[in-house]
Design a protein. Structure first.
Length: 113
C-alpha cells in the first residue's frame, strides 16, 4: 500500500507535500506531482501537508479517483526507484513529466530512453 496524489492536484503543484516528505519520494510531473510507490514509506506526512486534500492512502481512495492509482503505477512501472526527487529532477515526458527533463539529462526531446 502507498499514498496516491489524485487529479485534484492537477494545476496546483503547491509542493507542501514535497517539503514534508522525509524520504523525498514525491516527483514533479508536467501538471501534477506523483508519489513513487517504490520509495514511499507510508508515513502520511504528505497527506496532512496538502492544502487541496489531493493525497489519499491507496485503500481509502474515493471511487472518483480510482484512476489516480493506475496513473501513478504507470508513471513508475518502468522507472522503479529513482533515488529521490531532488536528485532525479522532473519526470521525463512519457512518464508524466516535461521535455525539460530530457534537456537537463543531455537527451534529445522525445528520446528519453
Amino acid at each position: 500500500m502507498t499514498y496516491v496524489i489524485t487529479e485534484t492536484c492537477i494545476g496546483h503543484v503547491d509542493r507542501s507535500c514535497v517539503r514534508e516528505c522525509p524520504v523525498d519520494c514525491i516527483y514533479e510531473g508536467e501538471q501534477q506531482l506523483f508519489i513513487n510507490p517504490h520509495e514511499c514509506i507510508d508515513c502520511g506526512a504528505c497527506e496532512v501537508a496538502c492544502p487541496y486534500e489531493a493525497i489519499s492512502y491507496e485503500s481509502e481512495l474515493a471511487e472518483e479517483h480510482a484512476g489516480a492509482m493506475e496513473r501513478q503505477e504507470l508513471v513508475f512501472a518502468e522507472l522503479g526507484r529513482l533515488g529521490g526527487a531532488r536528485r532525479y529532477g522532473p519526470l521525463p515526458p512519457r512518464h508524466g513529466g516535461t521535455s525539460e527533463h530530457a534537456e537537463t539529462r543531455g537527451l534529445p526531446k522525445g528520446n528519453e530512453s
